[in-house]
Design a protein around this ligand. Structure first.
Ligand code: PLP
Length: 424
């Protein structure tokens, strides 16, 4: 292992991560510093997590206060921050209860288990099918992974859950075959990892209708899109999606591990002690921090600011799209979850996004990808106009550098991702 230049090479981490990583030392607002003292505008926010920015002394104070009192009590006991947070999350929609976990995948795992239990208890054991959509991403544990359509994530770990069907995203007609043998449909209002496509109005109403008509539980995976990231509390509001269950995680405790699965009364009444659980989920430290985050984010003025900042970012990305042949117009996403598609042939897109991300880093900007050919921008929701503008300037320079170094990338894009797959 080697640590130099603000980077670490070959750390003793499992090889499912890159072998060369930037070492982040500290941060403030939407700016982070690496271990060599270089500063970067952070358009990643720890993969859409650090909603309130870096270096938050107020959150550190809340966490320290709780840690001094008690760090952990387990699910055999309750603490006030957990109870208060659950109360407030449940009141944000037609929910009856909140199940706390520690990560996005756990929130979805709980949702899938609750949906299976509901369908089995109300309709019988044949009614266990699960439906999800192409380019969706729901996590890496076996259940959530089974509901993740992109084969590359699943293939090394098969066989996974049987009876999961992957339908084409935003294809209302494809829902017509679904009946009450389906326990749950899992959908991301904005596909955070799979290319930043959003549910259309038409698809949202078809989903609402199909789920209501057949008592299929709709699980909205708002792990990336929820809690203000889209400029709305929940991104499902943008199209009138009416989920039965909502899963939340990434920004919930602004960087501490916490997730929530919000469930309706008809599901909750069927649950009994021991049906599901987590040792760490909903501890006093994470929930106290989350309560502070929640009360900040749910404020209409905060959400309005996210929308304004998001429009500034989107307008800047439009300008860059017009100026750079390597990216195509028509920004994707909403609020401060934005993306631009590369105008690069499909088989070269992954290399091109990698080159752009590396060039952005060289120019002092951290960015993400979504799918193979979309650059993703998910800064802290508190990012200032100045930081947005600086970030865009650096992106401009990075795109120009890649276009100069790789003229072959700027050929027109061909090929589209689509298709229906069924798990075995
Ligand atoms: N669902 C969505 C929409 C996500 O974006 C992610 C993570 O990127 C997950 C689930 C899984 O979350 P975690 O990595 O915390 O398990």
């Amino acid at each position: 292992m080697e640590m130099n230049n603000g980077e670490v090479h070959q750390p003793p981490f499992a090889r499912c991560y890159a072998s060369q990583l930037l070492r982040i030392d500290s941060g403030r607002g939407a700016t982070v510093r690496d271990a060599a003292g270089r500063r970067y505008i952070d358009f990643t926010a720890g993969i859409a997590v650090n909603a309130l920015g870096h270096g938050r002394r107020d959150l550190a104070r809340v966490a320290a206060r709780e840690m001094r009192r008690r760090i952990h009590v387990s699910n055999l006991f309750a603490t006030e921050p957990a109870v208060r947070l659950a109360e407030e999350l449940v009141a944000s929609g037609p929910y009856d209860a909140c199940y706390f976990g520690n990560s996005g995948t756990e929130a979805n795992e709980a949702a899938l288990k609750f949906a299976r239990l509901y369908a089995r208890r109300t309709r019988g054991e044949d009614h266990h099918r699960l439906v999800s959509f192409t380019n969706g991403f729901h996590g890496r544990s076996m259940g959530a992974l089974s509901a993740t359509a992109t084969r590359a994530y699943r293939e090394p770990f098969e066989p996974l859950l049987p009876g999961v069907e992957y339908l084409p995203f935003n294809d209302a007609k494809a829902l017509e075959s679904l009946d009450d043998r389906v326990a749950a449909i899992v959908v991301e209002p904005i596909q955070g990892e799979g290319g930043l496509d959003s549910v259309t109005d038409e698809f949202a109403s078809a989903l609402n209708e199909r789920c209501r008509g057949h008592d299929i539980l709709m699980i909205a995976d708002e792990i990336q899109s929820g809690l203000g990231r889209s400029g709305r509390l929940y991104a499902g509001e943008l199209t009138g999606l009416k989920p039965d269950i909502v899963t939340l995680s990434k920004p919930l405790a602004a960087g501490l591990p916490l997730s929530a699965t919000l469930i309706p009364e008809k599901v909750n009444t069927l649950l009994s002690p021991g049906d599901h659980g987590s040792t760490f989920g909903g501890g006093p430290v994470t929930t106290a921090v989350a309560l502070r985050v929640w009360r900040t984010i749910r404020e209409p003025r905060f959400l309005e600011r996210v929308r304004i900042a998001g429009e500034r970012l989107a307008a800047g990305l439009e300008r860059l799209s017009a100026a750079h042949p390597i990216i195509s117009g028509g920004g994707k996403g909403a609020g401060l979850l934005r993306g631009v598609k590369l105008a690069v042939e499909t088989d070269r897109a992954k290399a091109a996004t990698g080159d752009i991300m590396a060039a952005a880093r060289e120019h002092g900007l951290l960015i993400l990808r979504s799918g193979a050919d979309v650059l993703r921008f998910a800064p802290p929701l508190t990012i200032s106009d100045r930081e947005i503008d600086r970030g865009l300037e650096r992106l401009d320079a990075a795109l120009a550098a890649v276009e100069r170094a790789h003229p072959e990338y700027t050929e027109p894009a061909t090929g589209e991702r689509t298709g229906v797959e069924v798990s075995r």
